[in-house]
Design a protein around this ligand. Sequence first.
Ligand SMILES: C[S@@+](CC[C@H](N)C(=O)[O-])C[C@H]1O[C@@H](n2cnc3c(N)ncnc32)[C@H](O)[C@@H]1O
Length: 302
Amino acid sequence: MTITFFELLGSVIKREINFIAGHLNKSVDEIYELIVEEAERNQAEWYSNRVPSLNYHSPACRLAYLYIVAAANSSTFQHVLESNQDLYQYGLGIAKERHEIRICAFGAGPGTELLAMSKFFAQQNLGHSVSVDFQLLDRVEEWMSSWHGIRDQINDSFRNLYGPNRSEWPMIPSGNFLACDVTQLDRIPYLGNVWGQDIYVINFLLSEVFNDDPGLRAFLSKVAEFAPSGARFVFIERRGYMWQSRMANIAEESGLLLSAFTESQGRLEEDPLALGDVYDVLQGERKPRLNWNVVYSIGVKQ
Ligand SMILES: C[S@@+](CC[C@H](N)C(=O)[O-])C[C@H]1O[C@@H](n2cnc3c(N)ncnc32)[C@H](O)[C@@H]1O
């Protein structure tokens, strides 16, 4: 008994498409066309070799992200949680001892880290539920709709699989969305409790900030300064020396002890047919990403 990323995302995407079509007074087919356009634009911008200019404020652009990228990125994060022995033992140790874990994720508006945690705990069979509390920092507050949509869908799936009693679920998700540009140090005083977290995640954020931004380094240094000793900082990016050096510079300025860089290639073993309608309509034009090819490293607060 477990959940699948594609099944979960399919329900979220379907609901959003219907809502947006009604809201924008467009047909569902017109929304599908917009999703394909935005998916092509996203791809071109990510590989433009400059700061990407993305339309995340547009619902079709966010839907394109959920359709093309979200499952693969969730799978990557799940893989890192499971395969890095230090992170695995650390995360599981906290979950077993406290039955809760606190995560602060930067650039995590879409909800991929939340998806990854839900499948991770569903597969661990700990025999008790774990409350997973997210502090999310993303400069695009419109992502809130997908994050909450994913959270609600996870709740529905767990209710169907494990019954109405939440203490029988493998994980109970909660979250606090903070609209914040993480290159702006002056935003720090307005944030909630991002300080006392167990795990900090920087997952495919560096390539969107793109430059070796002193503002991002200053921001993360401040967060690291107040993080508890032993907190883990999980950096994941597409492969490349440039991204490794960004991670190294952040870690050095923040005083984090960075693990060796691990290059990882893999494939999400799920059937995209589970996405349902959106896949049936769009698969001829664009298919969701299944493979990943990343470099990651774990920083430890001393
Ligand atoms: C490629 S997506 C990664 C999302 C998610 N972490 C994942 O792996 O699927 C990058 C995210 O970072 C956010 N972002 C980009 N620049 C940012 C900034 N300066 N401050 C905060 N969020 C930012 C975007 O809105 C987007 O949600």
